[in-house]
Structures are given as structure tokens and as C-alpha cells.
Design a protein around this ligand. Structure first.
Ligand SMILES: [Zn+2]
Length: 213
């Protein structure tokens, strides 16, 4: 059983640092999908720089995390939410120009992408990284660990979405990592193919169900 960890919506300096301390202690590497406007605060930028320096991958999780690509008619949305975010992330970005759309609660549906958004991602050689395990740490910060440990046993390779946000959920990260160890899970940094429909701008999986019609 393999497990990949991703941390979305940061960096938020104190919590991201706490997560980095924990990952370092357990010898685990992960990916941080940043809401890029957070980087305008120097302490957040420093936390992201530390993550990159410690071998974690850094991806783009939109500029503002306010509107799903498939939920807007604004033709400039992809340039702003993806392009400006990528510019802010700058040289912290990992190879492959990793992008994760704003998921609006974790549901993989037609609001996730738009035709314009997909075209933008293809033209700019992005890699789109989705997920298959969403333990709702953001709204159930004290209950997510057991649910997630149970859930990862149901598939061969789980790509888990967590959040380095000040909800208190990350206080339980050590217990989660202990639980994964007890399960004998192999914690890896790369992503299961089934969660990556776009690789460096090239479509590798059907995405019709993710596109606004
Ligand atoms: Zn998010």
C-alpha cells in the first residue's frame, strides 16, 4: 500500500513550519500546493523556501482560491488564477509546473476545470494533480486521522489532501504518520497516474467529467 501526502492552501507560516518539523522528524517528503497570494507575506515565503530546500515539491493551487475554474465566465480567470500564481511561486516551483485546481470541498466534478482553463494548462505545460483521498481535516480537525487511516487501506495508492492551515488538524499529523507506519504503508512523494490527467501539458486521462459543459 502506497500513500502520497499533499498539503494545500498554505503556506501559513506557523502551521507550515509545524508540518515541516513533523515531516522532517519522520523522514517524509510531500508536496505543498500553495495559494500563491499567501507568498506576499515574507514569513510565508520563508516557510515555502524552507519546504523546497528540504526536498518537498512546490505546486500551484491558484492565486486566491476563491473561484473554481468551471464556475466563472471570466476569460481572464486562467491567466490570473494560474498564471499570476505561477509567477509569484517563481523559482520555488518544482519541475512539471504542478497545478492543483481549487476543489471546492474535494468533489471531482464539472466545476473543477473549464475549457479555457484546460487549454491554458496545456499551453503552459502544466501537470494537473488531483487526489483520491480527502479526509476533511479542514472541517473535522480532530476526527480526520482515524477516518483517513481506514480509507487508505481501501486502495493500493492513496493521494491524500491535507491542509497546512491553522485549524488544529496538523497537531494530529504525528499520530497519522505513526498510524501509517503501523499499517506498513510506503509513503512516497510521487503521484499515482490515476490522479494526474495532464502531464506537462499532455492529456493522459479523460477529463470530460471535470469540465463545465
Ligand atoms: Zn484548496
Amino acid at each position: 500500500m502506497k500513500v502520497t501526502l499533499t498539503f494545500d492552501n498554505g503556506p501559513t507560516a506557523p502551521v507550515t513550519s509545524q508540518v515541516l518539523d513533523t515531516l522532517q522528524r519522520y523522514g517524509v517528503r510531500a508536496t505543498f500546493f500553495l495559494v500563491a497570494q499567501n507568498l506576499r507575506q515574507p514569513e510565508n515565503r520563508a516557510a515555502a523556501e524552507r519546504a523546497a530546500a528540504e526536498g518537498h515539491w512546490i505546486g500551484n493551487h491558484t492565486l486566491t482560491h476563491t473561484v473554481q475554474l468551471g464556475d466563472s465566465d471570466d476569460p481572464r480567470l486562467p491567466e490570473r488564477e494560474i498564471g499570476e500564481a505561477q509567477e509569484l511561486i517563481g523559482d520555488l516551483a518544482s519541475p512539471g509546473r504542478l497545478f492543483r485546481p481549487y476543489g471546492g470541498g474535494g468533489i471531482l466534478d464539472g466545476k473543477l476545470l473549464s475549457p479555457a482553463g484546460l487549454t491554458y494548462l496545456q499551453r503552459n505545460a502544466h501537470t494537473c494533480v488531483l487526489w483520491n483521498c480527502v479526509p476533511h481535516d479542514w472541517d473535522q480537525p480532530d476526527q480526520w486521522v482515524d477516518r483517513c487511516l481506514q480509507d487508505v487501506t481501501t486502495r493500493e495508492w492513496s493521494l491524500v489532501v491535507l491542509h497546512d492551515l491553522p485549524t488544529g488538524a496538523m497537531d494530529h499529523l504525528p499520530r497519522f504518520l505513526d498510524g501509517l507506519r503501523e499499517l506498513g504503508a510506503d509513503i512516497v512523494q510521487d503521484f499515482p497516474h490515476s490522479c494526474v490527467p495532464l502531464q506537462a501539458g499532455r492529456l493522459t486521462l479523460p477529463v470530460d467529467h471535470l469540465l463545465t459543459r
